[in-house]
Ligand binder design. Structure first.
Ligand SMILES: C[S@@+](CC[C@H](N)C(=O)[O-])C[C@H]1O[C@@H](n2cnc3c(N)ncnc32)[C@H](O)[C@@H]1O
Length: 268
């Protein structure tokens, strides 16, 4: 394997930033090098420069997809940051009073905008079904830039260890237990459409959402991109709709028009 030099770090981190918006700073040189080396070994490539050129050549799109997949951090859990799901359950009336579109259309449209392997979208689907299932049609769009995690999310198959993250009642009601795994039930899966979507791209949606989750992804972006995204999410939200972010994603020093409800919960 050739020597990994600083100019390699610069080239690859710029490629990642330009395509995903993810900032890889100097403290992550080793992390980047290890991920690159793993991919190069898998593809029988010995030089970092050669790998870079190879990625950009026509016909190597699949490798580029694998490369970007490898550069994302997909840590997630069922009911992660559970106060969001509790808020939805406890503030049903608040949600309906603020957003007249929901009652008018008898429909609630939500977007899990960096859904990783699906746990966030399934937790949301269970929460919304429990809260509004007999009143409203629930439609959830769940997107992520990584092809790998979206394919895995679509299957809705999870290890038996998820019983530690999910209330026993929900586990019994919405999951089918097999010998080695759980699978999310059809009643929940049919509420969600999974798609690959890159948040750096223009939002292609003609309808607004009543609820948008963008949790634990903006931390990987720089201030400029966060600012742009906040504006785009605001436009994509129905008036009276809710915007939920991760606990470490404060909007201090960012301009936005959202109304603050409580930490990590905003209203349009
Ligand atoms: C740490 S996970 C968070 C998952 C989930 N939202 C949660 O809070 O548990 C971050 C996800 O953001 C995705 N991501 C990173 N950059 C993205 C981009 N430009 N567009 C869409 N998704 C992106 C990653 O692929 C990863 O699955």
């Amino acid at each position: 394997m050739s020597l990994f030099k600083y100019n390699h770090f610069e080239k690859f981190s710029k490629l990642i930033y330009n395509n995903l918006g993810i900032v890889i700073n100097d403290t992550k040189v080793d992390m980047l090098k290890n991920k690159l080396t793993k991919l190069m070994n898998k593809n029988g490539i010995k030089s970092y420069d050669e790998f870079y050129e190879f990625l950009l050549q026509k016909g190597h799109e699949e490798l580029l997809i694998n490369f970007f997949d490898e550069m994302t951090i997909n840590k997630t859990d069922f009911f992660r940051e559970n106060y969001h799901f509790e808020f939805i359950k406890q503030k049903k009336n608040f949600i309906l009073e603020k957003n007249h579109r929901i009652i008018r259309n008898r429909e609630l449209r939500a977007w899990s905008s960096a859904c990783s392997t699906g746990e966030e979208a399934y937790s949301l689907a269970i929460t919304l079904k429990e809260a509004f299932g007999d009143q409203l049609i629930i439609k959830i769009l769940a997107t992520d830039v990584s092809h790998r995690v979206v394919s895995s999310a679509i299957n809705g198959i999870y290890p038996l260890s998820i019983h530690e993250e999910i209330d026993r009642y929900y586990l019994g009601k919405y999951f089918i237990r097999n010998a080695n795994h759980y699978q999310v039930s059809d009643a929940i899966r049919e509420l969600i459409t999974f798609r690959v979507f890159n948040l750096t791209h223009p939002f292609p949606f003609s309808n607004t959402f009543d609820l948008i989750l963008c949790r634990n992804v903006m931390i990987y972006f720089d201030a400029k991109f966060q600012q742009t995204l906040l504006q785009k999410f605001y436009q994509q939200l129905t008036p009276g709709g809710l915007f939920l972010v991760g606990h470490s994603e404060s909007f201090i020093n960012r301009q936005h028009h959202f109304k603050y409800i409580q930490p990590t919960i905003y209203l349009k």
